[in-house]
Ligand binder design. Structure first.
Ligand code: TXA
Ligand code: MG
Length: 320
């Protein structure tokens, strides 16, 4: 990933209107939350979310947290089960992320959700994050603002050390008071709460508010972005296909002949990443098998291939 492709501006805590305008233009802005600095992009835009993955150099598309200003905004995006409402009332705004089924038609990038039916929502307490979210008005997708595999940033200086030249701006709001990512809690079909990721809100406090013990993450969802956190189409998926066999629809790349849909006719991996989940969903909805053109194993192509391999894996998936 080349550095210095753009000049990263350092904004002050009062510049949230300007930062919101950058987000509206599809640009990336790092901002402070009480946990860690987030690498924010328009959570409704597959393109902006693809740019987040590209800036981080993430090898796979883990689902991202969508940040909103208050519980009402969260409830417009997801169907919060009773336990989630209880935790939201007690701990939002704060270092807690809740995973719940997305509402039909909610303006959330499928790429940010990694194609899942559920969405992770967080209402941060940091005043700069609050001001930015209110100025922007929509959900902001934000993983921690560090290159993949590096530790999470808790100052604007950390953000610049890792991402300078790859993002439009960072809002310097000083050091993050919590310094540890939010606790992530999901709910099973029976409404029982599961701790998907321990974090900046102690599990004991969450359990006290629920009046029940938190279940462990459970099969398949213990590790962030693993297994159950992955979208798999119902249709069989064949990778690195030169062309479609009878009965298959071809998901092309780079202008493949005979493609039903093309991830990027121009062969642009960022565009392909932005289109990936939406196009898989569209082809899956038609029924029948799907063949996918070869995707180059470089840059975002590695993440696309990682995601496609998981989607193509047998449905009885073993831990990986
Ligand atoms: O404190 C934080 O949470 C920071 C700040 C910026 O808000 N954000 C952060 O995001 O740590 P990230 O992308 O590094 O972590 C997101 C976590 C991952 O563990 C991911 O697997 C989980 O949330 N997650 C997101 N959507 C999910 C979903 N639909 N189901 C299960 N887990 C999900
Ligand atoms: Mg992280």
């Amino acid at each position: 990933m080349d550095k210095g492709a753009e000049v990263t501006r350092v904004l002050g805590p009062g510049d949230t209107e300007e930062a919101a305008a950058l987000l509206r233009a599809g640009r990336l802005v790092a901002f402070p939350t009480e946990t860690v600095y987030g690498l924010g992009g328009d959570g409704a835009s597959d393109k902006a979310v693809a740019a987040i993955f590209a800036a981080k150099g993430r090898p796979s598309f883990n689902p991202l947290i969508l940040h909103v200003a208050d519980e009402e905004a969260a409830a417009r995006l997801a169907l919060l089960p009773e336990g989630a409402l209880r935790l939201a009332a007690k701990f939002w705004p704060g270092p807690l992320t809740l995973v719940a089924p997305a509402r039909a038609g909610a303006p959330i990038s499928l790429l940010a959700r990694a194609g899942l039916e559920t969405v992770a929502l967080r209402v941060p307490a940091h005043p700069v994050a609050q001001a930015l979210l209110r100025a922007f008005g929509g959900p902001v997708a934000a993983p921690s603002a560090n290159p993949s595999g590096r530790i999470s940033p808790t100052t604007a200086g950390h953000v610049l050390a890792g991402l300078s030249g790859r993002i439009a701006a960072v809002i310097d709001g000083g050091a993050c008071p919590v310094g540890l990512e939010s606790a992530v809690v999901g709910f099973d079909d029976a409404g029982a709460a599961r701790l998907l990721r321990p974090g900046g809100l102690p599990a004991e406090e969450i359990e006290a508010a629920l009046g029940a013990p938190l279940l462990p993450a459970g099969e398949g969802i213990s590790a962030p972005g693993q297994l159950l956190s992955h979208y798999a189409p119902r249709a069989p998926l064949r990778l690195a296909a030169a062309s479609a066999a009878p009965g298959e629809a071809l998901l092309g790349f780079g202008g493949a002949a005979g493609a039903a849909l093309d991830l990027s006719p121009a062969g642009d991996l960022r565009e392909a990443a932005a289109n990936l989940f939406a196009m898989l969903h569209a082809l899956d909805a038609r029924g029948g098998a799907i063949a996918v053109s070869p995707i180059p194993e470089r840059g975002l192509g590695r993440a696309i291939n990682d995601r496609l391999r998981r989607a193509a894996a047998p449905r009885e998936r073993s831990p990986a």
